[in-house]
Design a protein around this ligand. Structure first.
Ligand code: GTP
Ligand code: MG
Length: 457
């Protein structure tokens, strides 16, 4: 059975079992929220919740004071419980949220009581997966839920919010619709083999396909931005030993992450720190200083430095600006020269060299550095605009497939090949674009997506 059929069936029958999970982080907190979802939430929860009114009489979406008891009737916690009867809930099934006292043991006991009463532990993302199955969200929206939770910069949050609002899903479904219409028009000719496509209609179809093709290309161009917003711009800090690379990582991240010492060759392994530089998320990677000598371990470290350098979106090349400039500077796309130790003195050999002066010791120069990094990071076309979508790797793969199929269809149409060939390519493009919002035939794709969620979401 395809996921689509399942989705429709799910909408009618609801989930078969009641799932439960802690929706708040595990640990000590003011409150802990345990969430349940399923068609039989009420009969299951009624076994463990005691309240003045029986649960059947609880008003919808209203907090009710209740006591949680275990199987033997022993009281566990006094809680506020809110019932969202199907279909007006996050998952589309009946949902119950139990807000109890935050505490590792209390929340654990509440969950155990619920499991004993017939609920089972939810898998990561299972609540959202059910919301998708019940048609509450399309797949891009479901993915945006996690993007929003994980957003570490204002831009990432804004992009996730837009996607959660359904912008990407609507757009891809509209493109899919256009393709379906052209396919239908073509297929009408298949039924009348004696008729050729007349020139005007053929032109019109080509024009429509080109329009979709253009938009697919534009969406594909946002993949880089999407990756950067989700994962951060990988930024390697490189340079000779002892110039202050680790100091720069600590300075920018505001944390004492990497060991700093006056001994050259201190950093052996790469050390990472995530920072948010004026809304640009950066994954800073401190590396081992590059030099000729060094022992075995240091050489291995340098090997890692080179790999980080190759893979980086951005490179901060750190030099000691108080010392004389010796070798020619390496070149790298997206590289910025950072002249450190400005507090000592600015050696005249650096005059006229394009770079940013900082002092990690006295913590100066960060504003200009942020400005320059921002400009470099956003140099990529259109990356800075919050209004653009920011597709993820899965969307990118679907769009690439769609683009290939579209290219083939257009080629076949232009060459006047058999209409069946064109239609087959178009159907492939329809399927590929449809997958983005969740018109999916393969269940593994769903498992793959929701498996990355946090439990309780
Ligand atoms: N005066 C001054 N000293 C600094 C500054 N930044 C770093 N240092 C000193 O320079 C030395 C080396 O700093 P690190 O941050 O360990 O240098 P590194 O580039 O990571 O060195 P390796 O890991 O060995 O490659 C330390 O003694 C720091 O205190 C600065 O802005 N001014
Ligand atoms: Mg270091």
């Amino acid at each position: 059975m395809s996921a689509l059929d399942e989705r429709e069936e799910g909408a009618m029958s609801g989930g078969d079992d009641v799932i439960a999970a802690l929706a708040t982080p595990f640990g000590e907190a003011a409150i802990a929220v345990v969430r349940l979802s399923g068609a039989d939430v009420e009969p299951v929860a009624a076994k463990v919740l005691r309240s003045r009114l029986p649960m059947t009489q609880w008003p919808d979406r209203t907090a009710v004071l209740a006591t949680v008891v275990d199987g033997s009737g022993a009281e566990i916690d006094e809680v506020l419980a809110t019932l969202y009867r199907a279909p007006a809930s996050y998952t589309g099934e009946t949902v119950l949220e139990i807000s109890g006292h935050g505490g590792v043991l209390v929340a654990q006991k509440v969950l155990e009581a619920l499991f004993e009463a017939g609920a089972r532990a939810a898998r990561p993302g299972e609540f959202t997966q059910r919301a998708f199955m019940n048609g509450k969200l399309d797949l891009t929206q479901a993915e945006a839920v996690m993007d929003l939770i994980r957003a570490r910069s204002g831009q990432a949050m804004e992009a996730a919010r837009r996607q959660l609002g359904g912008a990407l899903g609507r757009e891809t479904m509209a493109l899919r619709q256009q393709l379906i219409e052209v396919t239908a028009e073509l297929e009408a000719y298949i039924d009348f083999p004696e008729e050729d496509i007349d020139a005007e209609a053929g032109q019109a179809m080509q024009a429509r396909l080109r329009e979709v093709q253009g938009r697919v290309g534009e969406l594909l161009a946002t993949a880089d931005r999407g990756r950067i917003l989700r994962e951060g711009l990988s930024t390697a800090i490189v340079g000779e030993p002892n110039v202050g690379k680790s100091s720069l990582l600590n300075f920018l991240s505001g944390e004492d992450r990497a060991i700093v010492s006056e001994r050259p060759g201190t950093t052996r392994d790469t050390v990472e720190g995530f920072i948010n530089l004026r809304g640009v998320p950066l994954r800073l990677i401190d590396t081992a200083g590059l030099r000729e000598s060094g022992d075995e371990i240091e050489r291995l470290g340098m090997e890692r430095s080179r790999r980080a350098l190759e893979a980086a979106d951005l490179v901060l090349l750190v030099v000691d600006g108080s010392c004389e400039r010796r070798e020619p500077l390496p070149e790298h796309e997206g590289m910025l020269l950072v002249l450190n130790k400005a507090d000592r003195h600015r050696h005249e050999s650096w005059e006229g060299v394009d770079g940013v002066w900082v002092s990690c010791l006295e913590r100066t120069g960060v504003d200009e550095l942020a400005e320059r990094v921002w400009r470099l990071a956003m140099a990529g076309e259109g990356r800075a605009s919050a209004a653009l979508p920011a597709i993820n790797a899965r969307h990118q793969a679907c769009l690439r497939r769609a683009r290939e199929a579209l290219d083939a269809a257009l080629g076949a149409l232009v060459d006047g090949l058999e209409i069946e060939f064109v239609a087959a390519d178009l159907r492939e493009a329809v399927a590929a674009i449809g997958e983005i919002a969740g018109k999916i035939e393969v269940d593994e794709v769903l498992g793959e997506i929701f498996g990355r969620f946090c439990i309780g979401k």
